[in-house]
Unconditional design. Sequence first.
Length: 196
Amino acid sequence: MAKISASKNGTKKDTIIRIAASLFRKKGFSGTSMRELAESLGVEASSLYNHIGSKSELLQSICFKVANEFTSHLNEIENQNNSAVIRLKELIRFHIHMMLDEYDEVFVANHEWKQLDEPYLSNFLNQRKAYENRLTEIVKQGVQKKEFKNVHPQVAVFTILSAVRGLELWQRHKKNISPAALEKSMTDHLLNGIIK
């Protein structure tokens, strides 16, 4: 059997995580075995444990990798002195990029997080809730400054997040639209509903 190859600009563990995310998306966390993961990597199952402790550790890595990327990007956006419209537009674009570029990982974080063990489950939910609250605060500020219509901030945020998660359908069917056109069209559509 072959050795695990490091991914481009990454480590062997990054390769394992990427393949695991693909399998978890297709078969679910519970429906994927370490043997299947090893076969997909072209190695013996026992050699996986040189790089990871367990299947649960892989799920933790995937979920927190995605959550941390979203949180890091939000930190960058909040540190810029831009209008609420510009901040929200950048955040929507980032969500779209993540859905297009890291689809397997985002899908798993969106659907398989319930399989996390404690304390990781609580930590993940707290991080997700904090992220949603910070997005809601951006919309609140936009409403107060009259950049946005007098919308309910939480409803606006959940609508935006739900719409972006809906890109799972686009990923499955690969409609005849380029990622750039999709990003522009979706960002415009979502913001036009709340911009004053």
